[in-house]
Design a protein around this ligand. Structure first.
Ligand SMILES: *[C@@H]1O[C@H](CO)[C@@H](O)[C@H](O)[C@H]1NC(C)=O
Ligand SMILES: *[C@@H]1O[C@H](CO)[C@@H](O)[C@H](O)[C@H]1NC(C)=O
Ligand SMILES: *[C@@H]1O[C@H](CO)[C@@H](O)[C@H](O)[C@H]1NC(C)=O
Ligand SMILES: *[C@@H]1O[C@H](CO)[C@@H](O)[C@H](O)[C@H]1NC(C)=O
Ligand SMILES: *[C@@H]1O[C@H](CO)[C@@H](O)[C@H](O)[C@H]1NC(C)=O
Ligand SMILES: *[C@@H]1O[C@H](CO)[C@@H](O)[C@H](O)[C@H]1NC(C)=O
Ligand SMILES: *[C@@H]1O[C@H](CO)[C@@H](O)[C@H](O)[C@H]1NC(C)=O
Ligand SMILES: *[C@@H]1O[C@H](CO)[C@@H](O)[C@H](O)[C@H]1NC(C)=O
Ligand SMILES: *[C@@H]1O[C@H](CO)[C@@H](O)[C@H](O)[C@H]1NC(C)=O
Ligand SMILES: *[C@@H]1O[C@H](CO)[C@@H](O)[C@H](O)[C@H]1NC(C)=O
Ligand SMILES: *[C@@H]1O[C@H](CO)[C@@H](O)[C@H](O)[C@H]1NC(C)=O
Ligand SMILES: *[C@@H]1O[C@H](CO)[C@@H](O)[C@H](O)[C@H]1NC(C)=O
Length: 556
């Protein structure tokens, strides 16, 4: 694990604010106060990426660094203060690994296994003001190629962004939202419209649904907590009574889903019938001390069906039910038909995150929590102590979830090179979006107009997303520069183009081919780190009629 020492970085801000490549801050009050802007971001010479910059609010130290889970951080920052919203992978020191913002802002973004390969799952599409989405789910392989693009198999419906889960049988569990007419006379709404919550099990290779469940078939629309307010009046303004946001399936063939607006987890059989419920107005499972939750996200089975983890938001935009959100781990006693609190994870700076959030309990016992609407994530050790807390924005910056995964990326693109010259020196900047296996770069120069011969100059250890290579006496005056990427086994895994300081470039020489078996030759790409909270003072009850006026972020 290579974690940067949190020593010198405060000075970067005050001295040379333009030097923002691979920059992470530690307990920077300039960052937290907004003096650096509401969405501080990094910049590079060899790439147009502008990923969020991290500020370790609770930094790791000598005693905690070794306990951080090896892996990379998956984050999908979005919000009006995010320079370029979309999926990003970082190492645990805050250096960019992959910029996937060409897919635009997204919610569900995670690693999984599909057909025995590690893959990225990513939703793309249109986010509606009502806090749901209509789009497509992508499965992306470790070369960053799309191997499946599918959506809901529903009349006029498209996949929503709240969840994508691949089952061990290579089927996908996805959410969808469907407007339908509904009798809402009891709410004084004539010609009522419901935004029904749907989940499906879909075969990604055919796009066909194997199972479809619609909440209104099984749950009385009056039994939840988000009344229509001013919604429910038309097809374009339907009432989202249920709000499904997580779906799981176990080996017995039953589903476990989370309804945010009903504060309830539903356990559902293959016939669609509800087997039991946890939470809400009429829990069929007995809830022991301190197990109650509200407006929750990311409910997951743990430990072979004996535990459930979830993110208890404990509030939404119009209602705060507690002083803080929390992650919780519940013990599920099937014989006793009850749940009890096993563990809770409290935010660093006590506050409620009114929407989004997730709880990633790792096999080691470490847990990474994404705080959703507020731009923090935290990693805790197995005893629930902070290992670190990262802030990744100040204003409207959010990430639906934050995860840590061991991801190996072998992009098919070439490394990118930028050449800067002055009278005596040349500086070369190299990066390779998505590559996890680069250990070092060999810099070569070429004088020829049509370069065939690459003359090795020097080797440089990879030093973040972008590695800077200084040639301090450029009297040799190469017209072109090229980098070759070495993996940890000292095998060349890629050549860049030959690039000149005027930006012109030529392809690698015909004999510069790489052996594809060099790829993925297993350097451990791991490193580590993670997140926290700020406090919301606002409290009170907002008239129901105002609920639909709340901005999108509060509804998700
Ligand atoms: C290291 O960080 C942890 C978590 O913030 C803290 O509890 C601990 O006191 C720190 N240890 C030292 C030696 O600073
Ligand atoms: C899955 O991949 C592993 C190695 O990545 C291999 O050993 C195993 O045989 C594969 N299983 C199947 C069912 O293809
Ligand atoms: C996924 O498929 C849809 C429908 O064909 C298409 O509109 C969309 O562009 C595809 N997405 C990507 C990223 O290729
Ligand atoms: C429906 O309207 C009637 C008459 O204005 C009012 O008394 C009643 O409280 C309303 N019901 C609801 C659910 O808003
Ligand atoms: C996978 O398929 C097997 C055989 O059809 C079935 O018994 C099992 O329940 C399925 N598992 C899941 C998670 O769907
Ligand atoms: C509460 O749930 C039980 C099933 O667990 C059901 O029989 C009962 O009708 C429900 N009560 C209400 C008021 O919905
Ligand atoms: C990543 O791999 C390392 C080494 O095998 C392992 O210790 C760690 O738990 C893995 N991390 C995750 C998030 O799976
Ligand atoms: C860079 O490292 C490789 C692999 O160890 C070596 O073969 C090569 O000679 C080095 N290049 C330079 C310029 O030192
Ligand atoms: C070139 O690099 C050397 C060594 O870093 C430095 O001393 C010198 O000032 C640089 N020259 C220019 C013109 O920047
Ligand atoms: C730069 O390289 C040239 C050619 O090799 C050499 O004559 C000159 O002394 C070098 N200058 C410095 C400052 O090293
Ligand atoms: C490519 O060919 C040139 C001359 O044709 C030769 O000098 C060079 O060593 C070759 N490069 C590689 C990587 O084989
Ligand atoms: C904690 O929250 C309070 C109240 O919002 C805020 O004033 C303070 O700066 C926060 N502290 C940190 C370290 O974020």
């Amino acid at each position: 694990m290579q974690l940067r020492q949190p020593l010198f970085l405060l000075s970067i801000i005050t001295s040379s604010w333009h030097a923002l490549a691979d920059t992470t801050l530690f307990q920077s009050t300039d960052y937290s106060s907004g003096a650096l802007g509401n969405g501080p971001f990094q910049t590079f010479k060899s790439s147009s990426s502008t990923p969020v910059m991290w500020n370790f609010i609770v930094p790791y130290n000598d005693s905690t660094a070794g306990q951080i889970e090896p892996g990379l951080i998956f984050l999908a920052p979005r919000g009006t203060d995010v320079k370029s919203p979309g999926p990003l992978i970082f190492d645990k020191s805050g250096d960019l690994i992959w910029d996937g913002t060409q897919y635009g802002q997204t919610l569900t973004f995670r690693m999984s296994t599909y057909k025995n390969e590690s893959v990225i799952l990513l939703w793309t599409g249109q986010i509606q003001a009502s806090g749901v989405g209509f789009g497509y789910d992508l499965i992306i392989n470790n070369k960053y190629e799309i191997i499946a693009n599918f959506t809901a198999d529903l009349d006029g419906g498209l996949a929503d962004f709240h969840d994508i889960v691949i089952t061990p049988n290579d089927t996908a569990l996805i959410t969808a939202y469907q407007p339908k007419t509904w009798d809402l006379i009891s709410y004084n709404i004539s010609d009522g419209w419901l935004l029904d919550s749907v989940f499906q099990e879909v075969d990604p290779s055919t796009g066909k649904a194997l199972f479809t469940w619609e909440a209104s078939d099984h749950v009385d629309v009056t039994s939840c907590y988000a009344d229509p307010g001013s919604s429910g009046t038309s097809e374009s303004n339907p009432w989202d009574f249920f709000h499904v946001n997580a779906v799981n399936k176990d080996n017995s063939g039953n589903y476990l889903i989370s309804s945010r607006h009903c504060h309830t987890l539903y356990y559902i059989g293959p016939d669609g019938n509800i087997i039991w419920t946890i939470g809400g107005k009429n829990s069929s499972v007995t809830m022991n001390t301190n197990t109650g939750f509200a407006w929750q996200h990311d409910a997951r089975w743990r430990n072979g069906g004996t535990q459930i983890s979830l993110f208890d938001n404990a509030g939404t935009s119009w209602e705060l039910d507690s002083s803080n959100s929390r992650g919780i781990l519940l013990d599920y006693d099937q014989a006793g038909n009850s749940v009890s609190l096993n563990k809770e994870w409290i935010p660093f700076n006590i506050t409620v995150s009114e929407s989004q959030g997730n709880v990633g309990v790792l096999d080691s016992g470490n847990t990474v929590i994404g705080w959703g609407q507020i731009p923090y994530f935290s990693e805790y050790d197995a005893n629930g102590q902070f290992l670190y807390v990262v802030q990744f924005g100040v204003g409207d910056v959010q990430s639906y979830r934050a995860y840590t995964f061991n991801w190996t990326g072998n992009p098919t693109t070439r490394p990118s090179v930028f050449v800067e010259t002055d009278d005596s020196n040349t500086t070369i900047y190299a990066s390779w979006n998505g590559a996890t296996e680069v250990a070092s770069w060999q810099l070569s120069g070429s004088t020829a107009e049509s370069p065939q011969l690459a003359i090795p100059i020097s080797n440089y250890s990879r030093s973040g997303f972008e590695t800077t290579m200084a040639v301090t006496n450029s009297s040799t005056n190469f017209k072109y520069y090229q980098v070759a990427a070495f993996n940890s086994n000292k095998k060349i895994i890629a050549y860049s183009s030959f690039t000149a300081s005027d930006g012109s470039s030529q392809d690698p020489a015909a004999n510069q081919t790489i052996d594809s078996s060099n790829n993925g030759s297993g350097s451990d790409s791991g490193s580590s780190s993670s997140g926290s909270i700020q406090s919301t003072v606002w409290r009170g009850t907002v008239p129901l009629a105002l609920t639909v006026l709340f901005i999108l972020k509060t509804l998700i």
